[in-house]
Design a protein around this ligand. Structure first.
Ligand SMILES: [Zn+2]
Ligand SMILES: [Zn+2]
Length: 218
Protein backbone atom coordinates (compact mmCIF):
# COMPACT_ATOMS: atom_id res chain seq x y z
CA UNK A 1 0.00 0.00 0.00
CA UNK A 2 2.72 2.42 0.99
CA UNK A 3 4.34 1.88 -2.39
CA UNK A 4 1.41 3.58 -4.08
CA UNK A 5 1.72 6.70 -1.97
CA UNK A 6 5.42 7.20 -2.38
CA UNK A 7 6.80 9.09 -5.35
CA UNK A 8 8.25 6.63 -7.83
CA UNK A 9 11.91 7.45 -8.14
CA UNK A 10 14.90 5.19 -8.66
CA UNK A 11 16.47 4.86 -5.19
CA UNK A 12 19.94 4.90 -6.75
CA UNK A 13 19.87 7.64 -9.43
CA UNK A 14 16.59 9.43 -8.78
CA UNK A 15 15.06 8.74 -12.19
CA UNK A 16 11.30 9.19 -12.07
CA UNK A 17 8.76 6.48 -12.72
CA UNK A 18 10.42 3.48 -11.07
CA UNK A 19 11.80 2.37 -7.69
CA UNK A 20 14.89 1.02 -9.41
CA UNK A 21 15.69 1.76 -13.03
CA UNK A 22 16.99 -0.89 -15.43
CA UNK A 23 20.50 0.58 -15.82
CA UNK A 24 20.96 0.89 -12.02
CA UNK A 25 19.78 -2.70 -11.57
CA UNK A 26 22.19 -3.99 -14.20
CA UNK A 27 25.09 -1.95 -12.74
CA UNK A 28 24.77 -3.22 -9.16
CA UNK A 29 28.32 -4.55 -8.66
CA UNK A 30 28.02 -8.35 -8.77
CA UNK A 31 30.57 -10.31 -6.76
CA UNK A 32 32.58 -12.55 -9.03
CA UNK A 33 34.90 -15.51 -8.46
CA UNK A 34 37.57 -16.21 -7.36
CA UNK A 35 36.34 -16.20 -3.77
CA UNK A 36 37.37 -17.47 -0.39
CA UNK A 37 35.56 -20.81 -0.31
CA UNK A 38 34.59 -20.31 3.31
CA UNK A 39 33.57 -16.69 3.81
CA UNK A 40 32.99 -15.68 0.20
CA UNK A 41 35.19 -12.62 0.10
CA UNK A 42 36.65 -11.94 -3.37
CA UNK A 43 40.27 -13.05 -3.54
CA UNK A 44 43.06 -12.92 -6.12
CA UNK A 45 42.80 -16.68 -6.60
CA UNK A 46 40.55 -19.37 -5.07
CA UNK A 47 41.46 -20.12 -1.44
CA UNK A 48 39.86 -22.33 1.22
CA UNK A 49 40.32 -19.75 3.96
CA UNK A 50 41.37 -16.13 3.47
CA UNK A 51 43.21 -13.67 5.65
CA UNK A 52 39.88 -12.35 6.91
CA UNK A 53 38.50 -15.66 8.14
CA UNK A 54 41.46 -17.95 8.79
CA UNK A 55 42.06 -18.51 12.47
CA UNK A 56 38.46 -17.58 13.29
CA UNK A 57 36.05 -20.19 14.57
CA UNK A 58 33.20 -19.85 12.14
CA UNK A 59 29.86 -21.49 12.88
CA UNK A 60 28.85 -21.42 9.21
CA UNK A 61 30.09 -23.66 6.41
CA UNK A 62 30.07 -20.92 3.78
CA UNK A 63 28.89 -17.39 3.12
CA UNK A 64 27.94 -16.02 -0.28
CA UNK A 65 26.64 -12.64 -1.37
CA UNK A 66 25.39 -11.21 -4.64
CA UNK A 67 26.78 -7.66 -4.69
CA UNK A 68 29.48 -5.46 -3.21
CA UNK A 69 28.15 -2.99 -0.66
CA UNK A 70 29.11 0.18 -2.56
CA UNK A 71 27.32 3.56 -2.60
CA UNK A 72 24.65 2.42 -5.07
CA UNK A 73 23.95 -0.73 -3.05
CA UNK A 74 23.88 1.31 0.16
CA UNK A 75 21.17 3.54 -1.38
CA UNK A 76 19.33 0.46 -2.60
CA UNK A 77 19.41 -1.23 0.82
CA UNK A 78 18.37 2.00 2.58
CA UNK A 79 15.35 2.29 0.28
CA UNK A 80 14.53 -1.37 0.76
CA UNK A 81 14.79 -1.23 4.55
CA UNK A 82 13.54 2.21 5.41
CA UNK A 83 11.11 2.91 2.64
CA UNK A 84 9.31 -0.43 2.70
CA UNK A 85 9.67 -0.57 -1.04
CA UNK A 86 8.73 -4.19 -1.55
CA UNK A 87 9.56 -4.23 -5.21
CA UNK A 88 13.19 -3.67 -4.27
CA UNK A 89 13.01 -6.94 -2.35
CA UNK A 90 12.03 -8.75 -5.53
CA UNK A 91 14.95 -7.10 -7.34
CA UNK A 92 17.35 -8.15 -4.56
CA UNK A 93 16.12 -11.75 -4.79
CA UNK A 94 16.56 -11.72 -8.58
CA UNK A 95 20.19 -10.58 -8.27
CA UNK A 96 20.93 -13.22 -5.61
CA UNK A 97 19.45 -15.91 -7.88
CA UNK A 98 21.59 -14.63 -10.76
CA UNK A 99 24.86 -14.60 -8.78
CA UNK A 100 24.70 -17.14 -5.93
CA UNK A 101 24.55 -20.91 -6.40
CA UNK A 102 21.57 -22.54 -4.69
CA UNK A 103 22.53 -23.87 -1.24
CA UNK A 104 22.48 -27.56 -0.39
CA UNK A 105 19.97 -27.07 2.41
CA UNK A 106 16.75 -28.65 3.64
CA UNK A 107 15.23 -25.39 4.78
CA UNK A 108 15.67 -21.63 4.44
CA UNK A 109 15.64 -19.25 7.39
CA UNK A 110 16.57 -15.64 8.07
CA UNK A 111 18.19 -13.44 10.69
CA UNK A 112 15.26 -12.27 12.84
CA UNK A 113 14.45 -8.60 13.29
CA UNK A 114 15.64 -6.61 16.24
CA UNK A 115 12.52 -5.99 18.36
CA UNK A 116 13.44 -2.33 18.63
CA UNK A 117 13.66 -1.84 14.88
CA UNK A 118 12.03 -3.25 11.83
CA UNK A 119 9.00 -4.84 13.40
CA UNK A 120 7.38 -1.46 13.81
CA UNK A 121 7.06 -1.27 10.08
CA UNK A 122 5.96 -4.87 9.80
CA UNK A 123 8.55 -5.19 7.10
CA UNK A 124 11.64 -7.31 7.52
CA UNK A 125 13.87 -7.42 4.42
CA UNK A 126 15.77 -10.61 5.39
CA UNK A 127 12.50 -12.53 5.80
CA UNK A 128 11.18 -11.16 2.53
CA UNK A 129 14.41 -12.18 0.76
CA UNK A 130 14.37 -15.63 2.41
CA UNK A 131 10.79 -16.24 1.28
CA UNK A 132 11.49 -15.26 -2.31
CA UNK A 133 14.69 -17.31 -2.50
CA UNK A 134 13.01 -20.31 -0.88
CA UNK A 135 10.29 -20.21 -3.50
CA UNK A 136 12.87 -20.22 -6.27
CA UNK A 137 15.00 -22.90 -4.60
CA UNK A 138 11.84 -24.94 -3.91
CA UNK A 139 12.63 -25.19 -0.21
CA UNK A 140 10.43 -24.55 2.84
CA UNK A 141 10.96 -21.51 5.06
CA UNK A 142 11.34 -21.94 8.81
CA UNK A 143 11.75 -19.31 11.51
CA UNK A 144 13.46 -21.01 14.47
CA UNK A 145 15.66 -18.04 15.43
CA UNK A 146 14.80 -15.53 18.14
CA UNK A 147 16.73 -12.67 19.64
CA UNK A 148 17.33 -12.92 23.36
CA UNK A 149 17.97 -9.19 23.65
CA UNK A 150 18.52 -6.22 21.41
CA UNK A 151 22.08 -5.68 20.23
CA UNK A 152 23.76 -2.34 20.44
CA UNK A 153 24.26 -0.80 17.04
CA UNK A 154 27.17 -2.48 15.29
CA UNK A 155 28.12 0.68 13.43
CA UNK A 156 31.40 2.14 14.62
CA UNK A 157 32.46 -1.00 16.48
CA UNK A 158 35.67 -2.87 15.69
CA UNK A 159 35.46 -6.42 14.43
CA UNK A 160 36.22 -7.89 17.86
CA UNK A 161 33.67 -5.60 19.49
CA UNK A 162 31.08 -6.58 16.90
CA UNK A 163 31.63 -10.25 17.68
CA UNK A 164 31.30 -9.64 21.42
CA UNK A 165 28.24 -7.44 20.92
CA UNK A 166 26.27 -10.17 19.15
CA UNK A 167 27.71 -13.29 20.83
CA UNK A 168 24.88 -15.29 22.37
CA UNK A 169 22.28 -12.86 21.13
CA UNK A 170 20.31 -15.49 19.20
CA UNK A 171 18.58 -18.63 20.29
CA UNK A 172 16.98 -21.25 18.06
CA UNK A 173 13.94 -23.33 18.85
CA UNK A 174 15.01 -26.87 18.01
CA UNK A 175 15.33 -29.40 16.78
CA UNK A 176 16.15 -27.80 13.46
CA UNK A 177 17.05 -29.60 10.20
CA UNK A 178 20.65 -30.67 9.70
CA UNK A 179 21.35 -28.33 6.79
CA UNK A 180 20.06 -24.79 6.72
CA UNK A 181 20.42 -21.77 4.43
CA UNK A 182 20.48 -18.61 6.56
CA UNK A 183 19.51 -15.41 4.74
CA UNK A 184 20.35 -11.82 5.70
CA UNK A 185 20.39 -8.55 3.78
CA UNK A 186 23.98 -7.37 4.34
CA UNK A 187 27.09 -9.23 5.47
CA UNK A 188 29.34 -6.70 7.18
CA UNK A 189 31.90 -8.35 9.49
CA UNK A 190 30.09 -11.69 9.53
CA UNK A 191 29.56 -11.36 13.29
CA UNK A 192 25.76 -11.41 13.13
CA UNK A 193 25.64 -14.27 10.63
CA UNK A 194 28.08 -16.23 12.75
CA UNK A 195 26.10 -15.68 15.97
CA UNK A 196 22.88 -16.77 14.26
CA UNK A 197 24.59 -19.81 12.70
CA UNK A 198 25.99 -20.71 16.10
CA UNK A 199 22.46 -20.73 17.60
CA UNK A 200 21.26 -22.99 14.76
CA UNK A 201 24.17 -25.34 15.37
CA UNK A 202 23.31 -25.53 19.07
CA UNK A 203 19.74 -26.46 18.08
CA UNK A 204 20.94 -29.36 15.94
CA UNK A 205 22.05 -27.99 12.55
CA UNK A 206 25.23 -29.53 11.21
CA UNK A 207 25.73 -27.28 8.22
CA UNK A 208 24.69 -23.63 7.87
CA UNK A 209 25.19 -21.74 4.61
CA UNK A 210 24.88 -17.96 4.75
CA UNK A 211 23.34 -16.15 1.77
CA UNK A 212 23.13 -12.36 1.74
CA UNK A 213 22.18 -9.79 -0.84
CA UNK A 214 25.21 -7.56 -0.21
CA UNK A 215 28.61 -7.87 1.34
CA UNK A 216 31.06 -5.32 2.66
CA UNK A 217 34.37 -6.06 0.95
CA UNK A 218 37.45 -4.58 2.59
ZN1 LIG B 1 18.54 4.46 -11.53
ZN1 LIG C 1 37.51 -16.10 4.04
Amino acid sequence: MLDLLLPQRCVVCGLRGTQLCGPCLSHLPRIEAPLCERCGTPTAWPVRRCRECSGRRLAFASARAAVHYDDAVRAFVAGWKEGALRRLGAAAAAVVIEVVQPPTAEVVTFVPPDPDRGLKRGHHPPRQLAEQLAEYWELPVAAPLRRRRAAKRQRGLSRTERRRNVAGIFTAKGPVPRSIALVDDVYTSGATANAAASALRKAGARRVEIVTFARVVR
